[in-house]
Write a protein that binds this ligand. Structure first.
Ligand SMILES: [Zn+2]
Length: 267
């Protein structure tokens, strides 16, 4: 996504959320109603999370209850916001209307590789967590899972969506690593996080000497660890004077999908 496109999507989402928000909560249904967009929450088995289709001169949004996408669930809100992205972003709506883009089943996994899915996810993230409100909410609060959880509650967004938004606009250097059964699934880091070589790879085990790897030796559910002071060398090959700096690690086990989410940051 180009910076210009990103800015345009963010401004569009900001405008909509300012029109249709109560406190930090963006009212997605009201935004859809303003365009007479029909939304159907129904049972579609495991095929998709959400789908926008143009049929009979009108747009319709289908949201799949069978995957936990209710009107008020965090997953359902993100799925609906993503589909609204396909409607409100001109190129997507026009493309779908004139058959230049195929109607597609959207999946809620925040790790897409296709451009239009990334754009719709970015729109959803901006619509649900507008930059100014997000920054005001986080101001002067210490970084940890407690902050991420309070963001998730206030904006009604999933933990991972809340973390990714922090990476996008937060002022803190940190990294998130998501693993399952001791295997790293994906990671992301703020743009200012030091470029140290990692002691881990996607698809392989977590580094042994980490709080996260220890969790899988004896899993507890539900789980949120305390903030632990760690040796930066347990995760990275430190190649500058930060080897002696204090680093923190905290992890959280998500019962919904079986993922361990790890936050790593410098003091
Ligand atoms: Zn999509």
């Amino acid at each position: 996504m180009t910076p210009a496109k990103k800015k345009r999507i963010s401004e569009l989402a900001d405008f909509l959320s300012s029109e249709f928000a109560v406190g930090n909560l963006t009212d997605l249904i009201a935004a859809a109603d303003s365009e007479s967009l029909s939304i159907y929450f129904d049972h579609y088995e495991s095929s998709f999370d959400g789908m926008l289709v143009h049929f009979d001169q009108q747009f319709h949004v289908h949201i799949n209850l069978d995957k936990g996408n209710t009107k008020t669930s965090k997953r359902g809100r993100f799925t609906l916001a993503h589909e609204l992205g396909h409607f409100f972003i001109d190129e997507h709506r026009i493309g779908l209307k004139y058959g230049l883009l195929q109607a597609h089943p959207s999946l809620n996994n925040l790790n897409h590789t296709s451009l239009i899915e990334n754009e719709a996810d970015y729109f959803a993230s901006c619509l649900l967590m507008p930059e100014n409100k997000y920054k005001a909410f986080c101001a002067r609060k210490p970084f940890s899972f407690d902050l991420i959880n309070s963001i998730s509650d206030s904006f009604q967004t999933s933990l991972v969506a809340s973390i990714l938004r922090f990476i996008d606009i937060g002022s803190r250097e940190f990294m998130v690593v998501v693993s399952r059964s001791d295997v790293v699934k994906w990671f992301s880091k703020s743009h200012d996080f030091p470029k140290f070589p990692f002691r881990f790879k996607v698809g392989l085990n977590l580094p042994k000497d980490t709080l996260s790897a220890r969790y899988f030796l004896k899993p507890i559910i539900p789980y949120q660890s305390l903030i632990e002071e760690i040796d930066p060398e347990s995760w990275f090959y430190i190649n500058d004077n930060r080897a002696n700096k204090t680093m923190y690690e905290q992890c959280y086990f998500s019962e919904i999908n079986g993922y361990l989410v790890t936050l790593i940051w410098f003091k």
